[in-house]
Design a protein around this ligand. Structure first.
Ligand SMILES: Cc1cc2nc3c(=O)[nH]c(=O)nc-3n(C[C@H](O)[C@H](O)[C@H](O)COP(=O)(O)O)c2cc1C
Length: 307
């Protein structure tokens, strides 16, 4: 998998359905991801979970993001995905890569010992990443924070994870350089990211607060192979084109943004492919807010803290 100056749309729960991913790809995103999909629910054939796998369109390059804490469950989920692809199941056919989530700071995830709670467990991480590499039918990588909190940061658990990824030969690591106890507006720990970049033999994708060409270039100048963008893509799906132009010309250019047309484009796909109501409701409200000039970011889920 070639990753250079890559601009990726983040996996986002309640946001990243096929329609929204398509809107971003048409505006320059190189790769997108489904929202986090729980491997245990997938192997139980949970209908609502399966419905989140919506890679129906080849022209919308999409990675599947999985959350798994047990290697055996991950193995079953990956085997099931491979089988569905062999059978020609349209939901699974266009998955271009698989990402494992070790970044989600939600209490639900951490109290179950999943996500960032796993980063310090060396043997478990080795088993999970080895299984991922062995069983994934497509290129695979991971998305991580720096650990759970101060102790993990002090012990630099993230460096051992990067060494493991080097050894196993993952295709990328996305780093949101913060521990899981930090909130969505706390600053990035760029010292830790520099330490990671110094030892990484796999491409590193930088994530956090990319809002324009300049903030993206900062990650590339540090040595990242790509950046991943979440909240700013909701407010401005044109961000990918704008960054590309900035990287090419060094000039800031702002697109003429027709949010009403983008909403129509979104709805056309969302309705055709039966998007879940949670996506339709969120995007209709968000795009219409933008049409009316209210350009802030609003979380799709006010109760759960996701970032
Ligand atoms: C609404 C929302 C949902 C998210 N869901 C996920 C998810 O399913 N999986 C994941 O790895 N990260 C998820 N994140 C975290 C983002 O992918 C990203 O790491 C974080 O928002 C920082 O990037 P940003 O500063 O560009 O927003 C979510 C973020 C937001 C705002």
């Amino acid at each position: 998998m070639k990753i250079k100056n890559a601009l990726w749309l983040s996996p986002m729960e309640g946001v990243s359905d096929l329609g929204f991913r398509s809107v971003c790809v048409k505006r320059g995103a190189d790769l997108t991801f489904t929202e986090m999909i729980r491997a245990d629910a997938l192997v139980r054939n949970n209908k609502a979970t399966i419905e989140l796998i919506d890679t129906f369109l080849k022209e919308v390059p999409t990675g599947l993001q999985l959350l798994a804490s047990k290697p055996a469950t991950l193995e079953k989920a990956l085997k099931m995905i491979s089988k569905k692809r062999e059978e020609g199941d349209q939901r699974y056919l266009n998955i271009v890569c698989i990402d494992l989530n070790f970044g989600c700071p939600s209490k639900d995830v951490i109290t179950k010992g999943a996500g960032p709670a796993l980063l310090k467990r060396e043997q478990r991480m080795r088993d999970l990443l080895t299984t991922l590499k062995k069983e994934s039918p497509v290129p695979c990588g991971m998305k991580m924070r720096l650990g759970l909190g101060t102790a993990d940061r002090r012990n630099k658990v993230y460096l051992r994870v990067v060494e493991l990824a080097n050894e196993i030969g993952l295709d990328w690591i996305t780093v949101h350089p913060k521990t899981a106890d930090k909130n969505s507006f706390d600053p990035l720990d760029l010292d830790a990211l520099r330490e990671i970049l110094a030892i990484a033999k796999v491409p590193i994708i930088g994530n956090g607060f990319v809002k324009d060409g300049k903030s993206a270039k900062h990650f590339f100048d540090m040595g990242c192979s790509g950046v991943m963008i979440a909240r700013s893509a909701i407010v401005n799906p044109w961000i990918f084109e704008e960054i590309k132009e900035y990287l090419r010309t060094g000039k800031v250019s702002r697109r003429d943004k027709d949010y009403a047309a983008a909403l129509a484009e979104y709805e056309y796909i969302a309705i055709q492919y039966n998007a879940k109501d949670k996506f339709l409701t969120y995007h209709r409200k968000t795009f219409m807010d933008h049409v009316h000039g209210k350009l802030g970011y609003h979380s799709p889920n006010k109760k759960k803290k996701l970032v």
